[in-house]
Design a protein around this ligand. Structure first.
Ligand SMILES: [Zn+2]
Ligand SMILES: [Zn+2]
Ligand SMILES: [Zn+2]
Length: 572
C-alpha cells in the first residue's frame, strides 16, 4: 500500500507484512479486537515523535522532592516537574494511584495524559542495578566510576560515552562494545588500546584506523584485515614501525589533530561496504549484527522479525517502530526506550522489567494491563493512574479507544486525539531541543514552536570556577598541563560553552599521553555522531560491478561504495 505522509508529504509504503503485524498486535477486550489502523505518517515522522519523548543527555542538579537529597534529574528545575530519587520512587512511602483521575469523554486523551504526567512525581534518572560512584549517567545500569554515559551497561572507569557495553577505561566513544582503553572511537567492538578509530573489531594497540578487523600495532590504516606493523596502509618491518611511532607524540594537540585529519584524507581512497554489519539473514539496514528478517533497522544486535527499529539488542523479536532498547522485547509497536522482557507494549515510552499489555503509558516498571498511566511500578488495571477492577478496565479501555478513533483526523498533527501512533511531541515533558529528536531531525526554535512543540533554553549554570581558559591558550602537550586544569573551566572552541576536566579524565589523558580536549563533551558527542552515516537511504550503484544499491552512503560524499560481494573480493 502506497501512502503519503500527512505531516511531511513523503511517500512511504505499508507492506502486507506490516498490515499483518498491526492486526496481530491489535488489542482485544472482552473478545473483541480493536484494530490498529495502518499509519498515516511516514517512518521518519514516527521516529521523530518517539525521539521527542527522550531526553538522553541533558541532566540537571536538583533535589529529590521526597527525601530532599541532592540528585541529578532529566527534568530541568525551571519546569517544576516533581521528581524523586530512585530509592524514594520505588519505596512504599507514596502511592502513584493518589494522582489518578477520571477519564473525561468531552476532552482529547492526549491532553488529559499530559496533565497527568505534569502533576505526577517522576523518576529523576533512569539507572538500574548496582551503581557505584556513577551519579552523572542516564539510561545506564551496573556502572562503577563512570561519568556522563548514556545507554551504557556494565562499564567501569568510563566517561563521555553513548551506547557503551562492558567497557573498561574508555573515554569519548559512540557505540563501543566490550572495549578497554579506547579513546575517541566510534563503532569499535572487542578492542583494546585504540585511539581515534572507527568501524573496527578485534583490534589492539593501534590508532587512527577505519574499517579494520583483527589488526594490531597499526597506525593510520583503512580497510585492513589481520595486519601488524602497518603505517598509512603500508607494511613495515617491526623496527621501522617502531622507529616511525617513536617520532609521534599524540599528547600534542597539534599532532593529534594532524593524524585525525590524515585518517579522513586516507579514507577518500577507500572503498566502503554498502552497509556495516555481519551475520545477517534477510535483513536490510545499517550497523546490524546477528539479525534475521529485519527491515529498515539501524544499530541492532541479536534481533529477529522486526521493522523500523533502532538501537534494539539482545533477543528482541517481532517488533515494529521501536526506538531503543529491547533485551527480550516482543510483540511491541511504536514505543521508545522499552524492553527487559516486556511484551505487547503499544505507543508507550520507557516501559521496562517484565511489563505486558501496556498501552499509551510512560515511565512504567513491572506492570500489566495499564492504559494512559504514568510513573507506575508493579500496578495493574490502571487508566490515567486510577485503579479499576479487571471487569471495569476491560469495559472502559475500549470506550476510550473508540473515543480516540472517532476524533482522529487525517491531518494527524492538528488533532491531539488519535489512536494508532505514539504521543505527538507537544506532549513531551522536554523541550524539543533537549530531546534526542533534535539530533536526528534538527529544527530551529521558530520551526518547533510553529508546530506547537516546546523549546527550552535553560542551561545548567557553570559551577563557580576560579579561572577560565580558551582552548587556544591551553599548552599544546599533555605533559605541560598541571593539576591547575582541574580548577579551570575550558571554553569550547566551537560553542564557547565552558566545561571542566574531571580528575579521572586528567589521569587518563596523562597515562595514555593524549591532549586535553578543546571542545565540550556535548560538541565532541556531536562530532562523533557526524562521523556516522545518517539513518537514511540513497539509491546508487556499486562502483565496481554497477549493481544497484540502496545504501546509507549518500552520493554527495563522493565515496567509493562497493556491494557486499565486490567489497569482500577486494579485501582478501
Ligand atoms: Zn512524514
Ligand atoms: Zn529521595
Ligand atoms: Zn559490486
Amino acid at each position: 500500500m502506497k501512502k503519503s505522509c500527512t505531516l511531511c508529504s513523503t511517500n512511504f509504503q505499508v507492506s502486507d507484512k506490516d498490515l499483518k503485524f498491526y492486526d496481530t498486535v491489535s488489542p482485544t477486550f472482552n473478545g473483541k479486537k480493536y484494530s490498529i489502523p495502518s499509519p498515516d505518517i511516514c517512518p521518519d515522522c514516527r521516529q521523530q515523535r518517539r525521539l521527542a519523548f527522550c531526553n538522553e543527555r541533558n541532566l540537571y542538579p536538583d533535589t529529590c522532592d521526597m527525601c530532599k537529597k541532592r540528585i541529578l534529574s532529566e527534568h530541568a528545575p525551571h519546569l517544576n516537574q516533581v521528581s524523586y530519587c530512585r530509592e524514594c520512587w520505588i519505596s512504599d512511602k507514596w502511592d502513584v494511584r493518589d494522582y489518578g483521575q477520571d477519564f473525561d469523554f468531552s476532552r482529547p486523551f492526549f491532553e488529559q495524559f499530559y496533565e497527568l504526567m505534569r502533576r505526577t512525581p517522576m523518576l529523576a534518572l533512569n539507572q538500574t542495578g548496582t551503581m557505584q560512584n556513577s551519579d552523572y549517567v542516564h539510561y545506564t545500569g551496573f556502572a562503577k566510576n563512570c561519568y556522563l554515559l548514556a545507554h551504557a551497561d556494565f562499564c567501569e572507569d568510563c566517561m563521555y560515552g553513548y551506547g557503551f557495553k562492558e567497557n573498561r577505561s574508555c573515554l569519548d566513544g559512540f557505540y563501543n562494545l566490550h572495549d578497554e582503553l579506547c579513546y575517541d572511537c566510534v563503532d569499535v567492538h572487542k578492542s583494546y588500546g585504540l585511539t581515534g578509530c572507527q568501524d573496527c573489531q578485534n583490534c589492539h594497540s593501534s590508532a587512527f584506523l577505519r574499517d579494520c578487523i583483527g589488526c594490531k600495532n597499526c597506525f593510520l590504516c583503512v580497510g585492513m584485515r589481520e595486519k601488524e606493523y602497518c603505517f598509512e596502509n603500508k607494511q613495515l618491518s617491526r623496527a621501522d614501525y617502531e622507529k616511525k611511532l617513536a617520532e609521534i607524540d599524540l599528547g600534542s594537540h597539534v599532532q593529534y589533530q594532524k593524524f585525525s585529519a590524515a585518517r579522513k584524507e586516507l579514507e577518500k581512497s577507500h572503498h566502503f561496504k554498502e552497509f556495516q554489519g555481519h551475520n545477517l539473514q534477510n535483513s536490510f539496514g545499517n550497523y546490524l549484527y546477528n539479525c534475521k528478517d529485519c527491515y529498515y533497522c539501524f544499530d541492532c544486535e541479536d534481533v529477529e522479525e522486526s521493522s523500523y527499529c533502532t538501537q534494539l539488542v539482545l533477543g528482541s523479536k517481532n517488533n515494529m517502530d521501536i526506538y531503543q532498547y529491547g533485551t527480550g522485547l516482543q510483540q511491541s509497536l511504536d514505543s521508545s526506550i522499552s524492553g527487559d522482557h516486556s511484551h505487547h507494549i503499544l505507543f508507550s515510552h520507557q516501559v521496562l522489567l517484565d511489563c505486558s499489555d501496556i498501552y499509551y503509558c510512560a515511565h512504567v516498571h513491572s506492570c500489566r494491563n495499564c492504559f494512559g498511566s504514568t510513573s507506575i511500578n508493579h500496578n495493574q488495571y490502571l487508566i490515567l493512574n486510577k485503579q479499576y477492577t479487571e471487569k471495569e478496565y476491560n469495559e472502559l479501555v475500549p470506550r476510550i479507544i473508540e473515543h480516540m478513533k472517532a476524533k482522529a483526523s487525517p491531518l494527524g498533527e492538528l488533532t491531539s486525539n488519535q489512536f494508532g501512533t505514539h504521543f505527538p511531541p507537544q506532549y513531551s515533558l522536554f523541550g524539543y531541543n533537549k530531546s534526542s529528536a533534535q539530533l536526528y531531525y534538527p529544527l530551529t526554535q521558530e520551526q518547533a514552536q510553529d508546530k506547537g512543540w516546546h523549546w527550552d533554553d535553560y542551561e545548567t549554570p557553570i559551577p563557580d570556577v576560579a579561572k577560565k581558559i580558551t582552548g587556544k591558550a591551553l599548552p599544546d602537550n599533555i605533559k605541560d598541563i598541571t593539576d591547575d586544569i582541574l580548577n579551570t573551566a575550558v571554553e569550547c572552541e566551537v560553542t564557547g560553552r565552558l566545561f571542566k576536566i574531571m580528575p579521572l579524565e586528567l589521569q587518563f589523558y596523562r597515562k595514555q599521553k593524549l591532549p586535553i580536549p578543546r571542545r565540550s563533551p556535548e560538541q565532541r558527542h556531536l562530532d562523533r555522531f557526524t562521523l556516522r552515516n545518517p539513518r537514511k537511504f540513497w539509491q546508487r550503484q556499486c562502483d565496481k560491478c554497477q549493481k544497484p544499491l540502496i545504501t546509507t552512503h549518500s552520493p554527495q560524499t563522493n565515496r567509493t561504495v562497493y556491494c557486499d560481494d565486490c567489497y569482500t573480493k577486494a579485501l582478501y
